[in-house]
Design a binder for this molecule. Structure first.
Ligand code: FES
Length: 164
């Protein structure tokens, strides 16, 4: 009888480990069979919701909160290493932690670059609307993702969670 090789764990992009996660204890999250390649799942530890994603580069664990306005990425779409947010169509590369498509609301990217509100193809760019809500969208910064260390022990996927 042959045993299946354990799944790959994707490396954490440089500088994007969640605060306190380097020395945190590992906690069981899911069984390997519950996270097939291409699948995502939310796992909650106390009040922390973590997204586990089985990408083509391996398994990653990040906050299950879009870095735009905190929507749960776990109910978005995963294709390869790219996850699409279900709320404003932002897209993020789980290999790098960067936004690969700005949300339709526009706003600031991680380095402060301004992106206007999305406009349908072939239409004139929309002018910035007035009002406090529009200003809030303009000033909302899409930050980079934060990662938690992952390991596989036997048939269990474990995540290092700070604060225990
Ligand atoms: S909350 Fe995800 S793109 Fe806006």
């Amino acid at each position: 009888m042959t045993t299946a090789a354990p799944p790959t764990i994707a490396p954490i992009p440089s500088g994007l480990a969640a605060i306190g996660s380097a020395d945190a204890p590992f906690r069981p999250a899911l069984r390997v069979a519950e996270l097939a390649p291409g699948r995502m799942a939310r796992v909650t530890f106390d009040d922390l919701d973590v997204l586990l994603a089985h990408t083509t580069d391996g398994i990653v664990a990040i906050d299950d909160r879009c870095p735009h306005m905190s929507a749960p990425l776990s109910i978005g779409l995963l294709e390869g290493c790219l996850v699409d947010c279900p709320l404003h169509n932002g897209q993020f590369d789980l290999r790098t932690g960067d936004a690969t498509r700005m949300p339709t609301t526009g706003g600031l990217d991680a380095d402060g670059t301004y992106h206007p509100v999305w406009t349908p193809e072939g239409k004139d760019p929309k002018p910035d609307p007035p009002g406090i809500k529009a200003e809030a969208r303009r000033l909302t910064r899409v930050r980079r993702l934060r990662y938690y260390p992952v390991r596989v022990v036997g048939d269990s996927i474990e995540v290092a969670i700070p604060g225990e």
